[in-house]
Design a protein around this ligand. Structure first.
Ligand SMILES: [Fe+2]
Length: 302
């Protein structure tokens, strides 16, 4: 990638400190390096959770890609090489955001879990989201490597900031964050990725298809973590998880949940069929088997 080698020299003194360090780091390669280092150190038992720290409102970002409103993202066709590169670029941008989202969840909400749970449960929460952050770092690296090999490195195309906006809207409420980010937005990734993988195979792009296959399999686990902790939080405040989720989606999610839905992928995290079958199926009916158009109308809004 064409970025300066490093903009961070600090060493994390705790997990929460490390999470904020990643959020304050602009250079993508350094976000990845730090994420992997913190994960390794945490898993070795060499990091304490630490104490709440000052969180940035917005994570540090590189100068490129240029961020533009989602509505102004250029539409490109999947059929040509530039369109496919731009699609992979938008997914790489989602993965970079996802690194920050995982660390923001740890830094912002570990204290919330601590209010209601034992230290073992708090560590379990941290373990799950450290794994997500580490996966997202790997996903970004994988896609950034492919983009560089195609001479369209990360930063080559514009991107939008819609994903972080969703995080901002739910920054005061762990249940709202879980309801929207993993359980709507990441679950949406499960819906659209199989069709993209199929189209990449048809376009004879097996390396890209394999990369997305790896990412898809990991994302199932990320949605599962979202569902697990949403259930935990719902039960800790005596709410029915299904009803709580629907209410939070109505309150915090702008726009409609669009199908078609990848029920097979969603079912693996025990998600929608169990969680919201009637509600989602009603919306699925409205889609009436419309084909997913692999254009930039859909994916960049994830
Ligand atoms: Fe990812």
């Amino acid at each position: 990638m064409n970025f300066p080698a490093s903009d961070t020299t600090s060493t994390p003194v705790s997990l929460l400190d490390g999470a904020v360090l990643v959020l304050r780091t602009a250079v993508p390669t350094e976000k990845v390096r730090l994420s992997q280092l913190i994960c390794k150190t945490w898993r070795a038992g060499d990091l304490e959770i630490g104490h709440p720290v000052d969180l940035p409102e917005h994570p540090a970002r590189p100068e490129i890609p240029r961020l533009i409103p989602a509505s102004r993202m250029p539409r490109r066709k999947f059929a040509n090489a530039e369109g496919r590169a731009a699609l992979l670029h938008s997914i790489a941008h989602i993965e970079l955001n996802a690194i920050d989202l995982a660390w923001d969840l740890i830094a912002r909400f570990t204290a919330t879990i601590r209010e209601t749970a034992s230290e073992t449960t708090v560590r379990d929460f941290c373990n799950d989201w450290v794994t997500v952050a580490n996966d997202e770092a790997r996903h970004f690296s994988l896609l950034a490597g492919i983009l560089t090999a195609h001479e369209t490195p990360y930063g080559f195309f514009p991107a939008h900031d819609g994903l972080w906006q969703s995080a901002q809207d739910t920054r005061h409420d762990l249940m709202a964050r879980l309801a929207i980010v993993p359980m709507v937005l990441e679950a949406r990734g499960l819906d659209v990725t199989p069709a993209i993988i199929k189209r990449l195979h048809q376009a004879n792009r097996p390396a890209e298809a394999d990369a997305l296959e790896q990412i898809y399999n990991d994302e199932i686990g990320h949605v599962a973590a979202g569902v697990k902790w949403f259930r935990f939080m719902s039960e800790s405040v005596n709410q029915v998880p299904q009803q709580a989720w629907q209410q939070l989606v109505k309150r915090h999610f702008r726009g409609k949940i669009k199908g078609p839905f990848d029920h097979a992928g969603r079912q693996k995290p025990g998600f929608l069929r169990i969680f919201s079958s009637t509600w989602i199926d009603q919306q699925d009916q409205r889609v009436k088997k419309k084909r997913i158009l692999l254009t930039f109308t859909l994916y960049p809004r994830l």
